[in-house]
Design a binder for this molecule. Sequence first.
Ligand code: NAP
Length: 744
Amino acid sequence: MSAVTDPVPVFQRMAVIGLGLIGGSLAAAVRRGRLAETVVACDRRYEDAVLGQQLGVIDEAAQSIAEAVSGADLVVVAVPVRATESVLEQIKPHLSAHAVLTDVGSTKASFVAAVEAVFGELGPNIIPGHPIAGSEKSGVTASNPDLFAHHKVILTPAESADPDKLAKLTRLWEGCDATVLTMSVAYHDEVLAATSHLPHLIAFSLVDTLAGEDQNMDIFRYAAGGFRDFTRIAASDPVMWHDIFLSNREAVLRVIDHFSRDLDQLRTAIADQDSTTLLKVFSRAKAAREHFSKMLSGQAYVTDMSQNQVTFHLKPGGRMTGDIRVPGDKSISHRSIMLGALADGVTEVNGFLEGEDSLATLQAFRDMGVTIEGPDSGHVRIHGVGIDGLQAPRGPLYLGNSGTAMRLFTGLLAAQPFDSELTGDESLSKRPMGRVADPLRAMGAVIETGEAGRPPLKIRGGQSLTGIRYEMPVASAQVKSCLLLAGLYAEGATSVTEPAPTRDHTERMLEGFGYHVHRSGATASVSGGGRLTATAIDVPADISSAAFFLVAASIAQDSDLTLRHVGMNPTRVGVINILRLMGADIEIANERDIGGEPVADLRVRSANLKGIDIPEDQVPLAIDEFPVLFIAAACAEGETILRGAEELRVKESDRIQVMADGLAAIGVQTTVTPDGIVITGGQTMVGGTVDSHGDHRIAMSFAVASLRAEGEIEVTDCANVATSFPGFVELAQSTGIQIVAEGI
Ligand code: NAP
């Protein structure tokens, strides 16, 4: 049996000066976590320190600052910010040369100024701090050891800060279950002025205004929840806030001016009945709010709803009819934002799909000064700033879970005149970025990655890039697009050669925005120094979403279904080619070009499909569509053989095995091979329960299978369908699939 050992304390003696809400909560958390051997505190009122000891918040109550600080290796100043300087004066004579001195004050420039006034400089052991946690309560009785759990603590160390001391202080806060961030003093004060100080000011002012109105009794009696939530912070401690506003005066005044100007603008819009301005401002605010809440909760942009159990129940049989348009293509939606932002003029986008990549990108461009209206029912208006018009973001750009956005942005930002940093959620932070950083460095970019080439990426601006000829070791549309975007800014030509065809949406869309891309065989190149011109983009319907309906109408009896405005990019049409080889009746009409992308209307009628040996050159062009093609194969006459599809085994799931298991569950036997599958068509689909393993394409494929099943099919773990294909269930119902989704 192994003995349970107490953790080694980070500090020996922590002295807290000012035992109120924050000082008391920190003391309590440190004591509970045994992060310091002894916790001593001193307060203006000795009784409060004694009370703290009685409450178990601290070990010792000191009579004076001198007594508390003597022998301490950590001193935490937790008094209202305006009291800091006088407290520091009392600390100074007793502070050990090796002790770490920190604070918890809500403004940081004021703490640094007080330190400089007392100590002459911010020495290496003095590290300002600010926990972004609190409440409107105050005093030691409000101490709560859980106050900082799952909250952020900002440290604002000087360049000269002792790294060991910084690491110890970080460990202390992390031991209180907080997440520690570091930033500059000035940036901290700007950010807090906007996110905390201004809202408090507005709450104080609003409550004061309303309390002065004649009907104030009624106002407070009938106040709805929103008012109560919004004004809760007006109950915060007046002294503390008085101090904060006076200590962060400049930054607060700047943000008050912005706010007053915007409030005036809204006043004018209401007076003039200017609906456009009101709707524009409100929709922009709503989008920003959604972005911030994701950011604050550290979530991806598009919430992974896999916790919500969604099950599809499918009745057997049915025929497919109708005239439909499936949602817009994700990759094209995403790139329309990027190129629209860099173009001269206003780009109007319709049929925009709000995917992870697009939303992350949209917000990042807003952070770099681009005005983007929407998305509003698929409509987005991007006020392009021109190829050289991006502004330095004020902080790291957060890209949620979007690997595509991060890789493409790295190329774009490597060429900007300003420094930038790219971060993402936990899963994105584990993904390797060396594949883009290495060739960009060869172009002259300066990029610092986290451990093992992972995010965060710190990109140094102001570099002049030179074009390169790059042979990609692994086929990747993201790497290719990243280098081409960097190439727009590079001296000379940048060319990328791919070992196997990958999606070419970036190349096509650049052409759509009037930027020439030279293409020859497997190589695409751009020459730097050109400009992009805004355009209108009606995002083509996603062929990967259309694929389910192409197969459905092919296998169901008496079907006749039209799919409008489907993207027909040659790197994506494998599903049509393969279905046609199997004998599908797909008529292509009304072919046209949208922003560089070919588009067509497709009419599909029932057909007797035949099994085929799928040509290997079609495999990369249909890689996402195989799950539903397996259903087509199961309904075809004879044997269908897929080879050369190893990639499918490492997708969201091992798609080949999961499909084989699903087919077996409904009565269809298959043979899985190392790089594909053999499916003998014509077996009876008796029905049964299929686990989609959260893979949206597998879930939708079995919904299609129900058209030819003889018994009911139930598909579990289908929540992700709603994010990849919004409205799938309704569209499937309206065209003839007998589907009910349970658990939404
Ligand atoms: P609090 O509950 O009022 O605690 C402050 C404590 O410091 C009180 O016990 C106060 O004593 C004592 N104090 C005041 N002047 C002192 C002096 N000269 N010497 C010794 N003790 C003194 O306030 P708090 O909310 O903990 O705030 C403390 C600091 O944390 C402030 O700088 C604030 O900006 C920062 N902060 C607050 C929050 C929040 O939400 N509350 C969040 C983050 C950071 P008296 O009771 O006798 O005045």
